[in-house]
Design a protein around this ligand. Structure first.
Ligand code: HEM
Length: 192
């Protein structure tokens, strides 16, 4: 499971004041991938069975596995390069809320793809990443398990999207109302 050390108190995190380029790249890359995968998942589900539908399922699964792989790389990278401390202008509850939200977002970026992978295995459709790398089925084919995992995958996705919206709203509030550096330091790659 997730190493709590990785989500260490940001008071004791690195002395740096900005996110480094790799951290910024990881953040926005995953954002774009989720931005594509979520609506694609909603859209493809309603389509009648056809070669197009199967192709879209493959794309959705490839993106999900990519989010999972990037998140593992991101957490490993984060362990070596701790993020900057949270801005001192934040109140105690804001700091706790931000840390909890970041921890939960990392957890969702791992468990949402795993729930999809489990569901695909239960449905009897092996995932072949980018059509090149066959991934092992995590569980045996079972109609009952597939139904339950479909509900779980859907619920986890909606919870994750709610949290992302809250997270983005908080970042925009810092930027436009409090006018602090919170959002700028997650965008500062282009400025350097
Ligand atoms: C798929 C969507 C998103 C996910 C999964 C996500 C996830 C995360 C995570 C895990 C962190 C903590 C990084 C760390 O310290 O290790 C973070 C930080 C941050 N995110 Fe996002 N994020 C998403 C979208 C957004 C959006 C849309 C915005 C802006 C509108 C945003 C703004 C920020 C900012 C400003 C920080 C730095 C917070 C700080 O330093 O206090 N994120 N994000």
């Amino acid at each position: 499971m997730m190493n709590t050390q990785l989500l260490q108190d940001r008071e004791t995190a690195g002395p740096n004041t900005h996110y480094n380029r790799a951290a910024i790249l990881f953040h926005w890359l995953v954002f774009v991938l989720i931005l594509v995968a979520f609506p694609l998942g909603l859209y493809m589900h309603g389509l009648a069975l056809s070669p197009d539908k199967l192709r879209l399922y493959s794309y959705h699964k490839w993106i999900g596995v990519t989010v999972f792989a990037i998140t593992l790389a991101r957490l490993a990278f984060r362990a070596w390069h701790p993020p900057p401390s949270l801005l001192p202008s934040r109140s105690a509850w804001e700091r706790s809320a931000a840390l909890a939200a970041h921890g939960l977002l990392y957890a969702f970026m791992l468990i949402v793809p795993i729930s999809g992978w489990l569901m695909s295995s239960a449905m009897g459709f092996q995932t072949v990443w980018f059509g090149l790398i066959p991934l092992p089925d995590l569980i045996a084919k079972s109609k009952e398990a597939a139904g339950m995992l479909w509900l779980l995958h859907q619920a986890l996705n909606f919870l994750m999207v709610c949290l992302i919206l809250l997270h983005a709203a908080a970042a925009l509030k810092h930027h436009f109302l409090q006018r602090d550096e919170t959002l700028k330091r997650m965008l500062s790659w282009v400025q350097r």
